[in-house]
Design a protein around this ligand. Structure first.
Ligand code: BTN
Length: 251
């Protein structure tokens, strides 16, 4: 099984009715050396789906997209890994906008996919590092597609905003196609184009929001991200930059 529209990604695809976490399974296989760049693993159900910041990713069986893609970047430094997060987000954004004609898709820093004001998906990047360069990169994406019941009223799905079912496999192919294009763009050195695009679709950019960093709460305008993927926030006094672990949004 493979996707016809792509050049080199997802030329090998495996579907699992159930697994613990597609990220873990793919990383295990990458370590064993049984899979090569572009291998795509997708599942109908995860028993131990992982989210950002040690959270779990829960998704009902057979309704959403849960997948992991293996990249083997040639010379990516750990501090540049955020760019893969950025381009994965852009790929999902583009697929939803172009393929499904959705207008209200935005990317909440660092890697949440939002539809209107609600979260519809997320990205979890995991890297294998050898000699301080990244030689294995697992991009895990969870996207709520046809789910209609949600525990949290801050979550939604494509069906939740469009009202009808979406073909998951077609959508997956569109996402991988877009991801491939952005990945080639990055490898060709167009980092600035990618960052510009990210800024175009970044949620709340130009708006003032409340943040927490350590035990400090403060308000500031979201300016964007810098060349290292840090969030840039302008307060009354100064412009500050934060790593993912250093800051959270206060609702
Ligand atoms: C987040 O928003 O917290 C990131 C969620 C990432 C979930 C996906 S689902 C497929 C892949 N396998 C996992 O265990 N997690 C990612």
């Amino acid at each position: 099984k493979y996707f016809a529209k792509t050049l080199f990604l997802a030329k090998k695809i495996e579907f699992l009715p159930e697994c613990q976490s597609t990220n873990d399974e793919l990383m295990r296989r990458a370590r064993q050396g049984t899979v090569s760049e572009g291998f795509l693993l997708w599942a109908d159900h995860q028993t131990g789906g992982k989210g950002q910041r040690g959270n779990t990713w829960v998704s009902p069986k057979g309704q959403n997209l849960l997948f992991s893609l293996l990249l083997k970047p040639r010379k990516l430094l750990p501090k540049e890994a955020y760019l893969i997060n950025v381009l994965a987000g852009l790929a999902v954004h583009e697929a939803l906008e172009k393929f499904l004609d959705l207008k209200n898709v935005s990317l909440k820093w660092p890697n949440d996919i939002y539809l209107g004001g609600k979260k519809a998906g997320g990205i979890l990047l995991e890297a294998g590092v050898t000699n301080s360069t990244i030689d294995k990169l697992v991009i895990g994406i969870g996207l709520n597609v046809n789910q209609t019941d949600f525990e949290l009223d801050t979550a939604t799905s494509l069906k939740g905003v469009m009202g009808y079912d979406v073909n998951r496999e077609e959508l997956l192919e569109q996402i991988i196609c877009a991801l491939e294009r952005y990945y080639l763009l990055l490898n060709a050195g167009s980092k600035d184009t990618i960052l510009r695009k990210y800024h175009d679709v970044m949620m709340w950019r130009g708006e003032v929001h409340w943040f927490r960093s350590g035990d400090e709460d403060f308000a500031g305008e979201i300016i964007g991200i810098d060349q290292q993927g840090r969030l840039v926030v302008k307060t009354n006094e100064q412009t500050r930059r934060f790593e993912v672990k250093e800051i959270s949004f206060v609702r």
